[in-house]
Design a protein around this ligand. Structure first.
Ligand code: SAH
Length: 219
């Protein structure tokens, strides 16, 4: 959990929680508290940080975006994480979603394919005092077998179809939340739960994420 709480721009976060999240049905008090606590602007480059609490995704460089606050909150709520559980995130990006998951007391493993983003996210998370997040520069298509199984898995980049390596790393009773689809404009946000002998799949809503691409980019 965060060690040095920042009250910077807290009024804007409170408005974001009330207007963008509660009105759309985010009602888990722990998720709302996490969204109020994490200083989203600190995860964004200076040229867009002014828009940190606006109701939309924002560009963070390298052709990728930090997701809309509502989508971050929704995916977090759908993951139904308890303190002490472990979660795998594919697509670290800015590190913001990872910080929100860490606020719930989960141990977070997060993978990013672009080295520069992985490094920057790691530095931001460290500066803000998140000790329960591990960032790895790798291709998320393989998951993180050494740390599996995970109580929850979140994909914040969209694969054309769900990679089996990832569902294989889901614990019994675990939840996987992901945008899936090959259409670059829209994908479906789905939740998959691993039950005794089946994967149960539910569709939540249409979303627009950046694609999950194979391979890594170093510099
Ligand atoms: N969760 C992020 C938003 C991520 S945008 C945040 O809170 O800011 C999606 C990210 O997924 C991008 O940074 C992109 O580089 C990354 N990505 C795409 N394909 C990937 C893959 N195969 N493995 C790991 N990361 C991937």
């Amino acid at each position: 959990m965060i060690t040095q709480r920042s009250f910077e721009r807290e009024d804007e976060r409170a408005q974001m929680v009330a207007r963008q999240l509660q009105t759309r049905g985010i009602d888990d008090p722990r998720v709302l508290a996490a969204m109020l606590a994490v200083p989203r602007h600190r995860f964004m480059p200076a040229n867009v940080a002014g828009r940190a609490y606006a109701d939309g995704a924002q560009p963070i460089g390298h052709g990728v975006t930090i997701s809309q606050p509502y989508i971050v909150a929704l995916m977090t709520q759908l993951a139904e994480l308890e303190a002490g559980e472990t979660v795998l995130e594919i697509g670290t990006g800015s590190g913001y979603q990872a910080a929100v998951l860490a606020e719930l007391g989960a141990t977070v493993y997060t993978i990013e394919r672009i080295a520069a983003l992985a490094r920057r996210a790691e530095a931001t998370l460290h500066e803000l005092g998140y000790a329960n997040v591990e960032v790895r520069h790798a291709d998320g298509y393989a998951g993180w077998p050494e740390r599996a199984p995970f109580d929850a898995i979140l994909l914040t980049a969209a694969p054309p179809k769900l990679p089996e390596a990832l569902t294989d790393q889901l614990a019994l009773g675990g939840r996987l939340v992901a945008p899936v689809g090959s259409d670059l404009g829209w994908q479906q946000l789905i939740v998959i739960e691993r039950e005794q002998d089946a994967l149960v799949r539910k569709k939540v809503l249409d979303v627009a994420f950046v694609p999950m691409l194979p391979g890594t980019i170093s510099d």
